[in-house]
Ligand binder design. Structure first.
Ligand code: KG4
Ligand code: ZN
Length: 343
């Protein structure tokens, strides 16, 4: 079934899969009317990472507030909203459940349809907010705290997996390397900032051997990095943190770029998009810009505010599912291990 109303479709979405409680209203999948993100970073920083129980509780407290604020900023009321959307996976089960329960309650009370959204699909859709002219097909490099995937997007809501990591995700690797250097959570942005001042040639890190040509592996790089840091510490030497950060970032980005470009060429993709928290990485953005220019491939990257978790990307992804009439029953549950492709 395809829904065609002839008038703009406004979707109010809630995202609560990890440590951001976010609500946004987006029109026709591309025009952001409001976008509210409440970050819990301060609550978790003390523990060096996200504490699931603290995240769930903070989401419960923040859900209503971010939704109210999203309506106020857009100058709208619930009556102006056509559909609701919520992230139902992947993510932390308790965190997801708070968002799913909140939006099921609203859907029931307002009598409005609820669209279930995969968080990774949301990250991919963030590109439609920054580039309203972007249309599938394209190849997407999805790099977040939990995922490193190369995905073909032949059409809206259709995904084909071309490659993936078999161990750590790129963001996870950045966070672990940052921790080894004693940088506070969240590590990825910190290591990126520090790396700007360092020499990426300081430490040579190994190239991984992956089974598939477009697969990723970051655990070898991470272990070699950890060993190098331990050795320096045992020798009582001060850590050249900026050089170490730059070397680690170079190794991760080398791997990401070296697979993305050939994957696009071989799969016949005419354009490439980046998605996920790590797509904010400065070196990745620079290197992909250079490599795509050389290969003659247009590159699409979300603006920085849409790289990390936000509600607008969820509302955007929901739009194309809404057009297909894909709504959730009130029995919708959180699916922490939800996949983008396959089951
Ligand atoms: O997409 P995201 O906000 O949440 C998930 O869905 O996982 O991604 C968060 C991840 C974290 O691992 C964070 O350290 C990493 O993205 N990240 C970065 C940068 N900004 C965020 N990693 C490297 N460089 C950055 N600038
Ligand atoms: Zn995310």
């Amino acid at each position: 079934m395809t829904i065609s109303t002839g008038k703009p479709v406004r979707i109010l979405a809630l995202e609560s899969s990890c440590d951001e409680t976010a609500a946004a209203i987006v029109e026709d999948g591309r025009r952001v009317l409001s976008d509210v993100v409440f970050s819990q970073i301060d609550l978790h920083a003390l523990y060096g990472g996200v504490v699931p129980e603290i995240a769930s509780r903070a989401h419960v407290e923040a859900c209503d507030r971010v939704i109210d604020q999203a309506l106020r900023e857009a100058g709208l009321t619930f009556g102006d909203i056509d559909a609701l959307a919520v992230t139902y996976g992947p993510g932390l089960v308790g965190a997801l459940l708070t968002g799913v329960s909140c939006m099921k309650g609203l859907s029931y009370a307002l009598g409005k349809p609820l669209i279930p959204v995969n968080h990774i699909e949301g990250h991919i859709a963030a590109n439609f907010l920054t580039h309203p002219e972007l249309e599938p097909p394209f190849l997407c490099l999805v790099v977040s705290g939990g995922h490193s995937h190369l995905v073909n997007v032949p059409d809206h809501t259709v995904y084909e997996l071309i490659g993936q990591t078999f161990d750590d995700a790129a963001g996870e690797a950045f966070d672990k390397a940052a921790r080894v250097l004693g940088l506070p959570y969240p590590g990825g942005p910190r290591i990126d900032a520090l790396a700007e001042e360092g020499d990426p040639g300081y430490l040579k890190l190994p190239e991984p051997h992956t089974e598939g040509r477009f697969d990723y592996s970051f655990s070898g790089v991470k272990t070699a990095f950890l060993n190098a840091v331990n050795k320096l510490e045992m020798q009582g030497q001060p850590l050249p943190k900026a050089d170490l950060a730059a070397s680690f970032r170079r190794a991760v980005v080398d791997q990401l770029v070296s697979r993305a470009i050939p994957a696009a060429m071989e799969s016949g993709a005419a354009k490439i998009a980046l998605a996920g928290g790590v797509s904010a990485n400065r070196e990745l953005r620079r290197r992909m810009t250079e490599a795509c220019a050389k290969a003659g491939l247009p590159l699409y990257m979300p603006e920085l505010r849409y790289c990390g978790d936000n509600g607008a990307m969820i509302a955007s992804a929901a739009y194309w599912r809404y057009l297909k009439g894909e709504t959730a029953p009130l029995t919708l549950n959180a699916v922490p291990g939800l996949r983008l492709v396959g089951s």
